[in-house]
Design a protein. Structure first.
Length: 197
């Protein structure tokens, strides 16, 4: 069993994010899903962006970091899009982190300092996603995967941004199923590895 902290995307803690977490739980892992938006969910990216504007991007990311402080240590930090920011920050700055799962986004590692030596991670995104492929995330992901042998980048054909959220129109069943298979294999491999003390 691997403990995972999964941060939601800009449309909130949607039914699709919860379903994704439930699939990981069904595979034998413990998943925590902090709600950065206090129960608010949005039907479009634009509505989510508007709400994020009222909260403040930096404050929202820091809220995620604070929420994680109350959860177990020795976890995998994961995030969908917006949620990648607190997940990646925590992965790069928290002792005893076991791994990172970055979905639909990746920041340059320089945002949070150096990538921890040997820290395993997976990054998943679509090759024509206007956010992942069009705003520099894929280049940051390629650079990280090239520099770190324990970091894998998986690029899927398509333009859907939040393609792993089954409650949204961008959902891609085939790509999402493959992503989940890869994620579960990643978590299973960590479950077999000793936890650093």
């Amino acid at each position: 069993m691997t403990d995972v902290v999964l941060f939601h995307h800009i449309q909130g803690l949607t039914a699709g994010v919860v379903a994704f977490a439930d699939d990981l739980r069904a595979a034998g892992h413990t998943v925590f899903t902090p709600d950065l938006f206090g129960g608010h969910t949005f039907s479009s990216l634009e509505d989510g962006q508007e709400y994020l504007g009222t909260l403040g991007f930096t404050e929202t990311v820091e809220r995620g970091v604070r929420m994680a402080a109350d959860l177990p240590s020795g976890v995998v930090y994961a995030g969908f899009s917006l949620g990648v920011m607190p997940a990646q920050q925590l992965a790069q700055t928290t002792r005893h982190c076991r791994g990172a799962l970055l979905f639909h986004s990746c920041a340059p590692t320089s945002e949070f300092g150096a990538w921890p030596a040997g820290l395993p991670a997976q990054i998943h995104g679509m090759d024509a996603d206007p956010f992942f492929a069009g705003e520099g995330d894929i280049e940051a992901a390629r650079a990280l995967a090239a520099a770190e042998e324990n970091v894998e980048l998986f690029v899927y054909p398509g333009s859907g941004h939040l393609f792993a959220d089954s409650s949204l129109s961008a959902y891609d069943v085939e790509a999402s199923d493959l992503l989940k298979q890869r994620v579960i294999a990643f978590l299973d491999s960590l479950d077999e590895a000793p936890v650093e003390t």
